[in-house]
Design a protein around this ligand. Structure first.
Ligand code: TYM
Length: 332
């Protein structure tokens, strides 16, 4: 079976609907078909300041949501990045074959650094994509399922794999970006031209997996629409309504065309009430299961430690090969 690998940052109290519909749902689908590896990139999270107790909590909360959302630890490998030291070790080697100019062209760094003021941005944030390349290349995956926003980072990992292979001999699989074209890109409910993101300006634009159903209903009800009344899909002139239709379609499996036909002559209010219902119906069992898992953190930690052992078995073999080819002495 081909191998795939992906991860989501533990940088909020809950995953949002964009992470869920844009990524997690696909992961769950793929774990039956592929040798799947999913992890929680906590090393990436500290590229911006984190409160230590919060980071620990958010790492467990993210793991609980992966599992509650359908990631099955018996079918795939699920682990926390910092528990597999090979990530940081390979990242160093890759840092040393990446050009400064090449790293400077990573657009996500530019966006994030700009937001913080570039003087305050950490060097870790700058080399973030190289750590991501290490995450990927350690496991020799065939594909990396991510959203469009991560394409450039996967491209960098391809460039670095090819470069290392040319210089030191064949070592890494050159991974393919699996950009989920058909999967939903979810936008902010208050600002439907911006993608739903944990760094949203207002929490009202977000639907979080762990939100109370009342909060979800309220946020959907107050979602920004437009001054017209007809329910149509048009990303340009009706981004708000189009986003609601996308979410509806992604959750129920009905096509947007079917939904538009079903809502002909109805008002935005009808669509919102129904959408709130299908969203909470889907998310309530996930929230309950996540809370159950979080009630027993020792058991959750045990599952993650088992995942880290499985991951290390693969990662350590790749790293040993890289170290030997680089010219580092064997550790007797
Ligand atoms: P992150 O944590 O920003 O996002 C995780 C995944 O969710 C997708 N996504 C969305 N999809 C649809 N609509 C949205 N509004 C939305 N917001 C986010 C992202 O495309 C992504 O697939 N750098 C990575 C984490 C990472 C990683 C890796 C991923 C670290 N190492 C190795 C793959 C392989 C990140 O910050 O993703």
């Amino acid at each position: 079976r081909h191998r795939i690998l992906s991860g989501m940052q533990p940088s909020a109290d809950s995953l949002h609907l964009g992470n869920y519909l844009g990524a997690l749902v696909n992961w769950v689908r793929m774990q039956d078909e592929y040798d799947a590896i999913f992890f929680i990139p906590d090393l990436h999270a500290i590229t911006v300041p984190q409160d230590p107790a919060e980071l620990a909590r958010r790492t467990r909360v993210t793991a609980a949501q992966y599992i509650a959302g359908g990631v099955d630890v018996d079918k795939c490998t699920l682990f926390v990045q910092s528990q597999v030291p090979e990530h940081a070790q390979l990242a160093w080697v890759l840092n040393c074959i990446t050009g400064f100019g090449e790293a400077s062209r990573m657009t996500q760094f530019k966006d994030k650094a700009l937001r913080q003021g570039s003087e305050y941005a950490s060097v870790g944030l700058f080399t973030y994509p190289i750590l991501q390349a290490a995450d990927i290349l350690l496991y020799q995956p065939h594909g990396v399922p991510v959203g469009e926003d991560q394409r450039q980072h996967v491209e960098l990992s391809r460039d670095l794999a090819a470069r290392f292979n040319t210089r030191f001999g064949n070592t890494f699989t050159v991974p393919e970006p699996f950009i989920q074209k058909e999967s939903a890109k979810i936008y902010d409910l208050q600002l439907p031209t911006a993608k739903m993101s944990k760094s949203a300006e207002s929490p009202n634009g977000l639907i979080n997996l762990l939100d109370d159903p009342k909060v979800i209903a309220k946020r959907i009800k107050s979602a920004v629409t437009d001054a017209e009344t007809d329910i149509r899909f048009d990303r340009e002139t009706k981004p708000g309504v189009s986003n609601l239709l996308t979410i509806y379609s992604a959750i129920t499996g009905q096509t947007v065309d079917q939904l538009v036909a079903a809502y002909e002559g109805k008002m935005y209010g009808h669509l919102k009430v129904d959408l709130a219902e299908v969203v909470t119906e889907r998310l309530t069992p996930i929230r309950d299961r996540a809370n159950e898992l979080l009630a027993d953190p020792a058991e959750l930690d045990r599952l993650l430690a088992l995942g880290a052992d499985k991951a290390r078995a693969i990662a350590s073999a790749t790293l040993a090969d890289v170290y030997a080819k680089t010219g580092f002495l064997p550790y007797a």
